[in-house]
Design a protein around this ligand. Sequence first.
Ligand code: MF3
Ligand code: CO
Length: 290
Amino acid sequence: MEKINRNDLCWCGSGKKYKSCHMALDEKIHHYELQGHIIPGRDILKTKEQIQGIKESSAINIAVLDAIEKIMRPGVSTGEIDELAHDLTVQMGGIPAPLNYEGFPKSVCTSINEVVCHGIPSRDIILKEGDIINVDASTIYKGYFSDSSRMYCIGEVSAEKKKLVQVTKECVEKGLAMVKPWNFLGDMAQAVNDHAKANGYSVVVDIGGHGIGLEFHEEPFVSYVTKAGTEMLMVPGMVFTIEPMVNMGTSEIYIDDDDGWTVYTEDGKPSAQWEITVAVTERGYEVLTW
Ligand code: MF3
Ligand code: CO
C-alpha cells in the first residue's frame, strides 16, 4: 500500500488530512497484516455514500422477495416467480443482476428441495405441497448491487424439512452476531458451521458468499466452513453476503451436466439457504437486506 504522509489529504477523498481521517484505522489494519492475517484492500472498503447506494438497491431486492411471498402456493411455476421478480425490479428502476450473468438465463435462482442453488426458473417446474424452495434475488440499482435469498415452505411441509429451513436461518443469525470490526470472517464461519453441525447437518464447502456492492461478486470469497481466527479481518466499510447452504445429509454436491447451472446434493437429501447482504460498521454490523 502506498505511503501517505500524516499531513497529506486522506486517500478516501474526504478532503480531510490523513492524520485526522483514515490514518489510525490504516495503522491498526497494518498491525494485523504484520501478524500474518489477511486484510481487506482499500478497493473493497465502501464509503458512506456507497453504502447508501447499496441500501437503495437492497430496498428493491427486499421488495421482490416480499412480493414473491404473496404468490407462493402449490401450482405456481418457478417461471411465474421469475417473471414477477423481473417485472417488479424493472418497475422500481432496477436491473435483475442474475439475468445474463455469465450466461444465466433468468432473473432469479429458484432452488427446490435437493437443489442446493442456481436452479433455473421455468414455466414447467411447478411447486407442490411439501416443497421447500429458495428464491435468490440480486439487484442492480444505479450501479449498486444487493443480494439476498429466502426459503419458502409450500403448503404443509414435513417437520424434518421445516427444521432444516429454521436451523439454516439460525445459522445466518449466529454468523451475523460475529460480524464486527477486528473479528475475522472465520469467526462468522465457525459460528455458522457449529450450529449446522450441532443439528446434524453439513455446510457446503465449494460454494460460498462474496463481497458485493460495486460488482455482483467482489473479494473476498466468504466460506462458512473455516475456523475462528482465520480468513479476512473485518473492517468498517466491508460489505459481504452471509449465505450458507446447509444440507440435511452429505455436504457433497454436483452440477447438472445439461444446464451447467443447477447444483444438487449428491445424496438427494434436501438443502436450505438464506442470504443477507451485511455491512461492517464502526461498532458491529448493519443488515442491508433483511
Ligand atoms: N445470487 C447468487 C449469489 O448469492 C449468485 C447467482 S449467480 C446466477 O451469489 F447467475 F446464478 F444468478
Ligand atoms: Co450471493
